[in-house]
Every structure is written in structure tokens, then in C-alpha cells.
Design a protein around this ligand. Structure first.
Ligand SMILES: NC(=O)c1ccc[n+]([C@@H]2O[C@H](COP(=O)([O-])OP(=O)(O)OC[C@H]3O[C@@H](n4cnc5c(N)ncnc54)[C@H](OP(=O)(O)O)[C@@H]3O)[C@@H](O)[C@H]2O)c1
Length: 283
């Protein structure tokens, strides 16, 4: 049976990956931001009445983590308040909403991968706005699927892999944060898993990110290695030395145990995924 899926934010990094990996039997509806601005709920309501769908994926977000610090109003409106209203609209139509969230809802004080039920305690505005969005979505809709992921990169970027490769080809040394541990995730791996969770029957919160964990500095060195460059060109620095506007959790690895138990899903290991991605780009 055909599943009609409306994606909000289909032009972004993850949206493009979902379009590339859509399974057979999925009919995609991918309005642009101009067709369907997130804050025009009347237009979204009309669209859902006139062209009913079976699932709504909400990827659209303000993802510029450092910029969120200087415009909390905008961050909370787009990442926090609107998702709740959209979930409410979806719930009234009996439509399961898939909301994508982030590892940045956690404080980073943990020493083992975060589970879905662990306490959220964001350390930056972006994380707080997404955490607010999660709460609003949960409150509005019991049918919602909330999927947290981490450190996305993939075709077309913009992302960490592209920035490091650009900086490597420009020559000169590179300084990368070594005291933040995460699991950078190839967006195509996430997209394939997100289709399973998004079209599945189980509601609730799920973690989907690459297996394994490493610091951004080690990941940058992997990128260098896989690109035939000398990894020693990358110098470790501390987060404090990086001078970025937003704090980041020191440890934000997500446990994929729940998705594994319920859906049999496990994403590839982060270094293997990087190599698969780079081979695909012809690097
Ligand atoms: N990227 C990561 O590392 C990462 C990590 C964890 C979680 N996430 C979450 O994953 C989801 C997808 O992220 P992504 O990396 O694909 O984001 P992205 O590349 O920044 O794309 C965001 C999309 O949202 C759209 N959008 C933003 N504001 C909008 C508005 N007011 N009205 C309509 N559309 C709007 C953008 O449209 P335009 O293209 O027209 O601007 C774009 O298509 C987000 O919810 C994000 O919080 C991302």
C-alpha cells in the first residue's frame, strides 16, 4: 500500500537524504519553504485537508547552533513552539508526526551513551529550544515519533566533513576540539533508519546515530586519513580555546538500544560510515 509522506524541511541535509533513500511504495510530498513556510499553520492545515498524507516528517529547524545564542526568540519559535503547534495539527487529523531532535538536549556529563529516558539538561540555546520542541510535541501528540540524532554530514553539506576537507586542501594547520565526544552520523544511514521508525507502528522517543564514539579532533583526523592527507596536520584544542558562541556537551553519545530492540536497527560504525560516504563522493 502506498504511504504518502509530507516532509517539512525537505531541502535541508537530512531532507535531501530522505528523498534519496525513500523506500518503494512511499509517495513523497516535499514542499519548499516558500510553498509552506513553517509558521503559516493555516496553509499547512489547508494543505493537509486538500492533499491528505499518512505521515508528516518535521525536519525544518534553525540548526545554526552558535547563532541561536544571539536570537533565542527565533530559536524557540522555530525549534520549540512551532513543532508543538504542528504536532497538535497532526494529532487532530490522526496523523503521526516524526520530529527530529538532537543529542544537544543532554548536558554531556554522562560517561556512557544516553538512553531515551535520561534526564535532558541542555547547555546551549539550540539544545534548549529543541528540548522545548520535544516537550511540546509529546504533549500535543501521543502518536509522535521523536528521533534524536547527532553530528550529521553527507552529500551537499554544509557539514563538518566538507569544512575539514576544504581547510585541508587550502593548506596550513587546523585546530579541532578534542574534548567533545560524539558520534558523527552519515545522513544517508540515518535516513534509511528514519524511514523504518517513521513508517513503523511504534510511537515514542528513539535514538538513531552512528555506532561508536570519538572526539571531533579524532573524526577530523579520520577525514584527513581517508582523504590521503596527513592527520598530524590537525592539532587538538579544548572547547574553551575554540571561542565558539555556544557551549556543547562534552559527551553526547546516544544509545541505540531501543531502536535495535524494537526495529532491529543498528547504524554502521562512525569510521566505516565516513569511508563509505567518501568512496561514494569519489574522494
Ligand atoms: N545537522 C546536524 O548535525 C543535526 C544533528 C542533530 C539533529 N539535527 C536535526 O535534524 C533536523 C534536520 O537537520 P538538517 O541538518 O537537515 O537541517 P538543515 O540542513 O539546516 O535544513 C533545515 C531545513 O529546514 C528549513 N527551514 C528552516 N526554517 C524554516 C522555516 N521557518 N519554514 C520552512 N522551512 C524552514 C530549511 O529551509 P531552507 O533550505 O529554505 O533554509 C531547510 O530545508 C533538524 O531538526 C535538526 O535540528 C541535525
Amino acid at each position: 500500500m502506498t504511504q504518502r509522506v509530507l516532509i517539512l524541511g525537505a531541502g535541508g541535509l537530512l531532507g535531501r537524504a530522505l528523498r534519496r533513500t525513500a523506500p518503494a511504495g512511499v509517495e513523497l510530498h516535499c514542499p519548499t519553504r516558500e510553498d509552506l513556510p513553517l509558521d503559516d499553520l493555516d496553509r499547512l492545515g489547508r494543505r493537509l485537508r486538500e492533499q491528505p498524507v499518512d505521515r508528516l516528517f518535521l525536519l525544518a529547524a534553525w540548526t545554526r547552533v552558535d547563532d541561536c545564542e544571539s536570537d533565542p526568540e527565533r530559536a524557540f519559535r522555530i525549534n520549540g513552539i512551532l513543532p508543538g503547534r504542528i504536532a497538535n495539527l497532526a494529532e487532530r487529523r490522526g496523523l503521526p508526526l516524526v520530529f527530529v531532535s538532537t543529542d544537544y538536549v543532554f548536558s554531556g556529563a554522562a560517561v556512557a551513551p544516553y538512553r531515551e529516558f535520561d534526564r535532558i539538561e541542555p547547555v546551549n540555546l539550540y539544545g534548549r529550544s529543541k528540548a522545548y520542541g520535544e516537550g511540546a510535541v509529546r504533549e500535543a501528540s501521543r502518536a509522535a515519533r521523536i528521533v534524536r540524532t547527532s553530528g550529521l554530514y553527507g552529500e551537499g553539506g554544509p557539514d563538518f566533513v566538507a569544512s575539514i576537507r576544504r581547510a585541508l586542501s587550502a593548506g596550513g594547520p587546523l585546530r579541532v576540539v578534542a574534548d567533545q565526544i560524539t558520534a558523527p552520523t552519515w545522513v544517508d544511514d540515518l535516513a534509511r533508519a528514519l524511514w523504518v521508525v517513521g513508517l513503523g507502528d511504534e510511537a515514542g522517543t528513539f535514538h538513531l546515530s552512528a555506532a561508536g564514539e570519538l572526539s571531533w579532533c579524532d573524526f577530523a583526523r579520520e577525514i584527513a586519513r581517508a582523504s590521503g592527507e596527513d592527520p598530524e596536520r590537525i592539532t587538538p584544542i579544548t572547547a574553551a580555546e575554540s571561542g565558539r558562541a555556544a557551549a556543547r556537551p562534552a559527551y553526547s553519545v546516544l544509545s541505540g538500544q531501543r531502536a535495535r530492540e524494537i526495529f532491529g536497527l543498528s547504524l554502521p560504525e562512525t569510521r566505516d560510515a565516513l569511508r563509505a560516504f567518501l568512496v561514494g563522493t569519489g574522494a
